[in-house]
Design a binder for this molecule. Sequence first.
Ligand SMILES: Cc1cc2nc3c(=O)[nH]c(=O)nc-3n(C[C@H](O)[C@H](O)[C@H](O)COP(=O)(O)OP(=O)(O)OC[C@H]3O[C@@H](n4cnc5c(N)ncnc54)[C@H](O)[C@@H]3O)c2cc1C
Length: 278
Amino acid sequence: MKIVAFKVEGNGTFSKDVPAFAEAIKASGAEIVLLPGNSRVKRSAAAAAMRAGAEIDTNVVDVEVADGKVLARRWVYRQRIFTTFSRAARPWVIVTDPSLFDELCAKSGAEMGEFAEAADAATRTTVNGVENAGTGGESTIKPDAKLLFVAGAGWTKKQADGALHFDDAAAAITGFLAKSGASLGSSKSLVDMPEAAAAFKFMSHMNQVGQTGATPRHQKGLSTCCHGEEPHVVGWRFVNERRAVNLDANCGWAQGKADVVYVADAFAVMKKVNELLG
Ligand SMILES: Cc1cc2nc3c(=O)[nH]c(=O)nc-3n(C[C@H](O)[C@H](O)[C@H](O)COP(=O)(O)OP(=O)(O)OC[C@H]3O[C@@H](n4cnc5c(N)ncnc54)[C@H](O)[C@@H]3O)c2cc1C
């Protein structure tokens, strides 16, 4: 397995470093590329990896090569969980903690690659157009809206009839957003759920609210089908007037995290609300 390390140091600009890193990754013919995670590399490596058709992981603190397999280790969830993982994609760019770079190069038996600065790279960007973040469609993130409407994973759970209702859920949520002008937030569980992605095209990880998501500042918040667990509620700390709809009378919202909790079926409630909104 070809593992090549580039000891990139000093200063560089995004516009020059991206093509230079991409060229270095491609020209090296490496399956695994190691880079030190200093500010220069962190600024440009992800874009360079994309250009080179590579996948990338950052903040890696350990690399292990055994039996033709490469394992990387890093902390996730704000240093609460230590993960060991691998990727099938090649080239795989691994950006290490800068202080561990030399040690990990030696440990993995990486050969040192030559990195040439791109002297003649274009330094101006031509803007062809602007696309909303997330889906490329109409944005559901509206920081100026009075109301934050949060959808949780309950919208994707089997309901009383034992069936899934993705399309009804999507219609209830988008219908309410269109009629109320509310901004859409989501729990982590919902945006991370691959089976929901097809029906919930109007949301992405950009909508996630919480400890590992956004902390929006809307005046009011309405949570639906979301349990109201602590890491999720952290994202509501600037939302003053809070209401929630949940089937579970013991959900987190009912434990002092919302002003009003409607113990009810959000499918029925939002359908009725949408009807009333006309
Ligand atoms: C370190 C750490 C950081 C985290 N950071 C975040 C973060 O930033 N943001 C985040 O969102 N999460 C975060 N999480 C995850 C969080 O703890 C929860 O797991 C997650 O938010 C739960 O999402 P949920 O409430 O949508 O789903 P679930 O826990 O599955 O809850 C679904 C809810 O829907 C209700 N329900 C189902 N059907 C209906 C219906 N018809 N009508 C009404 N209610 C219904 C159920 O009663 C249930 O309460 C973090 C976790 C950890 C450990």
